[in-house]
Design a protein around this ligand. Sequence first.
Ligand code: ADP
Length: 294
Amino acid sequence: MRIAINDLSKVYRNGNRALQDINIQMGNGIFGLLGPNGAGKTTLMRILVTLLKPTSGSVTVNELDLRKHRREIRAMMGYLPQDFRMFAKLRTWEFLDYVASLSGLRNARERTRAVDGMLEQVGLFDVRDRPAKKLSGGMKRRLGIAQALIGDPKIVVVDEPTTGLDPGERIRFRNLLSEMSRKEIIIVLSTHIVGDISSTCNDMALVHEGRVVYNGPPGRLIDKVRGHAWAIDAVDGELEAVRERFPVISSIPSGGGWEVQVVADRIDPYPGRPLEPNLEHAYVYFMEYGLNGS
Ligand code: ADP
């Protein structure tokens, strides 16, 4: 599968410019859209799943143009929206069975097999008789990904799926996505949580104020900040000044003072040492200074 997004822009009716000249190519695997709240991720995803029309620009899926082939493209898609809600009183399996029938699985026996298999895959088989609304937050999110996957889609779009999950459920959800990505499908994952990207994605875009400020593998983004991530040894009383001067990633008490991780081109006059950067350093660096550095 291939998705090509070309010169895509979206201006809402009230004049909000949510996306500006977006160019992204996506291939099989998990593609991460990383950016702060308001960056334009949901707008881009809603355009991808044909719920929203762009103001200008194009999206093609394989050779199909989204403007001309909405129905065909929609049939290839699974979508887990940010505000995913269950229907009132359905049991977990009933909900999935309902979605499966909507997605065209008419034969009852085949549908039961697909639903049971999916419940098994997302770890909800044991709670299949529980009303969907009574599932825990993490279970609901897993049912959400199950309903996005049940029609055997070629493209799966998931919007901020780990927000509000506890660490255990977040890891479980990420692992589930990684397992799914072995098939010949594109999973588009939007998130403002850096750890979601670093633990699942082979390709990503960093979105900021409606523009793509980076597109490529996470590793290459990290390479760009090598030499710009530091641990400063701050004595008591210095912490505030360090915080005012640099974007701080973390500050950990250490021997009567603090070890403060910052991103900057230089840290003098403070004593410290360069750090091996990770995606969090890279994210904060580019959000703070932009691509051209500080
Ligand atoms: P994200 O998903 O990254 O948080 P969104 O796509 O939701 O970003 O929002 C991008 C920008 O578009 C924000 O400035 C937001 O306020 C604006 N926006 C989103 N939806 C609408 C809408 N329906 N009408 C007007 N502006 C909107």
